[in-house]
Ligand binder design. Structure first.
Ligand SMILES: NC(=O)C1=CN([C@@H]2O[C@H](COP(=O)(O)OP(=O)(O)OC[C@H]3O[C@@H](n4cnc5c(N)ncnc54)[C@H](O)[C@@H]3O)[C@@H](O)[C@H]2O)C=CC1
Ligand SMILES: O=C(O)[C@@H]1CCC=N1
Length: 297
């Protein structure tokens, strides 16, 4: 039988408590269960009782209260809405204060958009290690992009442990915290842009006469396949010698035959300002993340 370490990484024996069993909390818990983490060592704090029951029966994780989570956790994940972050931290403060910083006190990993590590630290006992992370929902299928930044008391061991936990549900990258709002705009919100594009493509196919189930199958397979090319080294024909991600522009060129169908479609998209619309969208998301930090941080 595979050991914990083989199935879930070196930190597989650690207890992870998630405050907030909503969409991203479920994505993390579900992703960890799928990655082989022992459900008994996965805790959820969720005030909506029906939702808590749903998660415990679906995933086998344990529902506890905030004090129980703060007592048992090796890693305490904040997965509540930015506006609920102060209340969630206040509910764990006193129990955390009773655990010594460092070895005994859990690292707090916040998934909340916009909230700076300094604001989290202010509401936690002095010297609590905090790691700010921007994940995304593909976590549910083990394909998250998680962007990490360390707070003042989080050293290399805490950052590496958070990274190892999240590596079980996808890819990780470290950035300076000043880049977190922009990371939120690209990879945190990014799946929604892709889903909107997919939805619009399906609707266009239906409007022009394809049955909806056929249009949906064609589009989802196309987005999946395009994603596969974007993440396969060398797929853009440059080889993988530089180890970098394939260039989207080269992949697009490979689809675009001179005088062909793709060129006709791309020309219509450019005329309708798709690039400018995306640049504005990413800027709006970045600004909203910063505003959430000012409002609730
Ligand atoms: N949904 C997404 O794609 C992403 C969300 N995030 C961040 O994750 C956080 C949660 O977002 P969602 O899961 O989408 O929201 P959600 O509304 O689906 O889930 C939040 C959950 O927290 C629970 N809750 C409220 N107060 C609580 C408290 N004091 N203690 C414990 N649980 C409490 C709510 O009942 C709810 O089930 C937000 O801060 C968001 O910025 C980050 C990246 C992606
Ligand atoms: O929309 C939001 O605020 C959250 C953060 C990134 C994705 N969902």
């Amino acid at each position: 039988m595979a050991s914990d370490a083989e199935r879930g990484g070196a930190g597989a024996g650690r207890t992870v408590a998630v405050l907030g069993g909503g969409k991203i909390g479920e994505a993390l818990l579900g992703g960890l269960v799928a990655a082989g983490r022992e459900p008994a060592r996965l805790l959820v704090v969720e005030p909506v009782a029906t939702r808590a029951r749903e998660l415990t029966s679906r995933l086998g994780v344990r529902a506890v209260d905030a004090a129980g989570a703060a007592r048992e956790a090796d890693v305490l994940v904040i997965a509540v809405k930015p506006a609920d972050v102060p209340g969630a931290l206040d509910a764990v403060h006193d129990v955390l204060a009773g655990r010594a910083p460092g070895e005994d006190r859990p690292t707090v990993v916040s998934l909340a958009a916009g909230i700076p590590t300094t604001a989290l630290e202010t509401r936690l006992p002095v010297d609590t290690a905090v790691v700010r992370v921007m994940p995304n929902t593909p976590m549910l299928v083990g394909r998250a992009m998680c962007v990490l930044s360390a707070g003042a008391a989080a050293g290399e061991p805490e950052l590496a442990a958070a990274e190892e936990l999240l590596a079980a549900v996808g890819r990780t990258v470290r950035v300076p915290e000043a880049q977190q709002d922009l990371a939120t705009a690209l990879s945190g919100s990014g799946p929604a842009y892709v889903f909107l594009l997919a939805e619009a493509m399906v609707d266009a196919g239906v409007a022009l006469g394809l049955p909806r189930p056929v249009a949906t199958e064609l589009v989802s397979a196309t987005v999946d396949g395009a994603g596969g090319l974007l993440t396969t080294p060398g797929s853009d024909g440059r080889g993988d010698s530089d180890g970098g991600a394939p260039h989207p522009g080269l992949l697009r060129e490979a689809v675009t035959s001179p005088g062909g169908t793709t060129a006709a479609a791309l020309s219509a998209l450019e005329a309708d300002g798709l690039r400018a619309a995306l640049a504005r969208a990413v800027g709006a998301a970045r600004d909203r993340s910063a505003a959430l930090g000012r409002q609730y941080g």
